[in-house]
Design a protein around this ligand. Structure first.
Ligand code: MG
Length: 248
């Protein structure tokens, strides 16, 4: 069942969204060659706690940290650790928070120092694919219109969308119905209604869309070791423009 949220619920979700967006702003200031992903995790956790919120990923399905930190060919669910970022890396950081019982979920990919032009294009196309998806998230459209908009834009630009991981409903739980794939034919699935809240999150690979999980049972990597990017916003369907919750 897809739950439509009340105005008060949307206000709580906006608060959660503002906190995760603020956390990523703080983390982004520290992304540079030489920093460890554990240090970025600490910055995010301290920010979230300072706002009276809880890091939502920590403990979720057993995940051990506040952020997912996925470097280069890592797609999602990378565990922060003592490895230092190097010039030319990219890092996808995904962060969730809960306040007043409501959740926000947000991700961005950042360049570490100077990166290759094709990798910069991967980041830009992924970011813009999320915008295409958000623009399709309107009352009256069907769910897969979002999926189709994302896939079309990504593939027009010569990249591929990950199939094995998808966006999701969000609200009083981090993961609610429905699943929101980043691929598929338009005009399918439930009709979008005002008050539905979704986490849209294209994961875009430079090469094959195929992925696998490392032996840590968390880190998802591309099948061909080429880089991957990830952008995510929590949004609400309205009578008009979609509302992006995960902005400062
Ligand atoms: Mg998510």
């Amino acid at each position: 069942m897809i739950i439509c949220k009340s105005g008060q619920e949307l206000a709580y979700m906006r608060e959660a969204g503002r906190i995760v967006a603020g956390a990523l702003v703080e983390v982004s200031k520290a992304v540079k060659p030489g920093v460890t992903t554990a240090e970025l995790d600490r910055i995010a956790e301290e920010f979230i706690l300072s706002k009276g919120a809880k890091p939502a990923f920590k403990g979720l399905y057993g995940f051990p940290a506040t952020i997912c930190a996925s470097v280069n060919e890592q797609v999602v669910h990378g565990i922060p650790g003592l490895k230092k970022l190097a010039n030319g890396d990219i890092i996808s950081i995904d962060v969730g928070a809960e306040i007043n019982g409501y959740f926000g979920d947000h991700a961005q990919t950042f360049a570490v120092g100077d990166i290759a032009p094709d990798v910069l294009k991967l980041i830009e196309v992924t970011r813009d694919a999320l915008t295409k998806g958000i623009n399709a998230a309107r009352a009256g459209n069907r769910l897969s219109d979002i999926s189709h908009a994302v896939q079309t834009y990504v593939e027009e630009n010569g990249f591929s969308v990950v199939r094995d991981y998808v966006g999701h409903g969000i609200g009083t739980k981090m993961h609610e119905e429905p699943q929101v794939p980043n691929f598929g034919r338009p005009g399918r699935g439930p009709r979008l209604k005002p008050g539905m809240t979704l986490a849209l999150e294209p994961m875009v690979n430079m090469g094959t869309y195929q992925v696998h999980t490392l032996t840590d049972n968390w880190t998802v990597v591309t099948g061909d070791a080429k880089p991957s990017a990830h952008f995510e916003h929590t949004i609400a369907i309205t009578d008009g423009e979609p509302l992006i919750m995960t902005l400062v």
